[in-house]
Design a protein around this ligand. Structure first.
Ligand code: PLP
Length: 361
């Protein structure tokens, strides 16, 4: 792997306070779990109801077996991974390590996931917007988005994007990463990439050390309740994030359940589910497209479709009254009257289609 940027160069992008601090060294990180454990003020006895997980003990800060499993699944090295409490935590760590309050800027391309702007605001970073352009049946990055990203400490892209479902081209990400090489990180949120695996930016990682990918087990892997995400990046970026992550971010039961959900048999079931969701997405999109009260359908590449209704908030309210929860997107720039509809199980989609047959704005 050619490495056009060295670890010290990446470290120059981090906040000086983060580079200067002495990271907290937890008992587990210092000494592991071999021998008689009198170093962490734990109870020597497991709690009542412990399902054999030794819940009286603090967990491994970065469980090696799960990391190895995910590294194989993602096609990268274990030292390129940081396991986090959902990718929400990854977003927050990136902001806190790389953005100086009142000084640094981050780029977002709305309509997009709300956590980038929220974490930026909490950290005191200012937000530069490069809104997506609506090209009819798909959304695209603005022609000048790379200029707007210039000098931003972090540029957040998402592919497939939530809530528009559009995909970003490899060359677009590669070009942005090149132009930002000494200036900032390019983060591509791949929360939905399992629905379009051929579009992953993973193969760009080795060439572009300032590229960071976010993955989550919350969507295709069906583990939203587990809270597990993953930052994938150059090991020096991972090292910087580890300086400030909580000492024990991952609960033992979460890790045990995730290991089971990533067994080959479980992944085979998941592949069937992904197939079903793709078929169902097409079926939903077609039914919505024919509806007189729906003006536009963006079916996208993920497990949801976005629609523009004659009256979006009314659609959300009427569906709720019928017991179906949809997500109003009308507050997002460019998405007046838009509603995001998650693709459910076939019977759930039947219920939505049936509701729509009765619905008129
Ligand atoms: C759902 C989602 C996530 C996942 O968040 P978790 O904290 O991992 O559950 C991240 N990014 C986007 C764009 C999402 O839609």
């Amino acid at each position: 792997m050619s490495d056009p940027i060295s670890a010290p160069d990446l470290e120059k992008l981090a906040r000086p306070e983060i580079l200067a601090l002495q990271p907290y060294a937890s008992a587990r990180a210092l000494a592991g779990t071999a021998g008689i454990l009198l170093n962490a003020n734990e109870s020597p006895w497991p709690p009542a109801g412990d399902p054999g997980l030794a819940l009286n003990r603090y967990p491994d800060p970065q469980p090696a077996a799960l990391k190895q499993r995910l590294a194989e699944l993602y096609g990268t090295g274990a030292d390129n991974l940081l396991l986090t409490r959902g990718s929400d935590e990854g977003i927050d760590l990136l902001l806190r390590v790389f953005c100086r309050a009142g000084v640094d800027r981050v780029l977002i391309c709305p309509p997009c996931f709300g956590m980038y702007a929220l974490s930026a605001t909490v950290q005191g970073a200012s937000i530069i917007e490069a809104p997506l352009v609506d090209r009819g049946h798909f959304f695209e990055l603005a022609p000048d988005f790379e200029q707007r990203a210039r000098g931003c400490r972090i540029s957040f892209l998402c592919s497939p994007n939530n809530p528009t479902g559009n995909i970003i081209a490899h060359e677009t990400v590669a070009s942005l990463a090149r132009s930002q090489i000494d200036l900032g990180l390019v983060v591509v949120d791949e929360a939905y990439v399992e629905f379009a695996p051929e579009t992953s930016m993973m193969d760009l990682l080795a060439e572009h050390p300032n590229l960071v990918l976010l993955r989550t087990l919350s969507k295709a892997h069906a583990l939203a309740g587990c809270r597990l995400g993953c930052v994938i990046a150059h090991p020096s970026i991972i090292g910087l994030l580890r300086r400030i992550i909580a000492p024990y971010p991952l609960p033992t039961p979460t890790v045990a359940i995730a290991m089971q959900a990533l067994e080959p048999e479980a992944l085979a079931v998941e592949r069937e589910h992904l197939q079903t969701l793709a078929t169902e997405r097409a079926r939903l999109a077609e039914a919505l497209d024919r509806h007189a009260g729906i003006e536009r359908v963006w079916s996208g590449a993920a497990n949801f479709v976005l629609v523009r209704a004659a009256d979006g908030p009314q659609l959300v309210a009427d569906a709720a009254a019928a017991g179906i929860r949809l997500r109003d997107q009308s507050a997002q720039p460019g998405l007046a009257d838009c509603v995001r509809i998650t693709v459910g199980a076939p019977a759930e989609n039947d219920a939505l289609i049936e509701f729509m047959q009765r619905w008129s704005p």
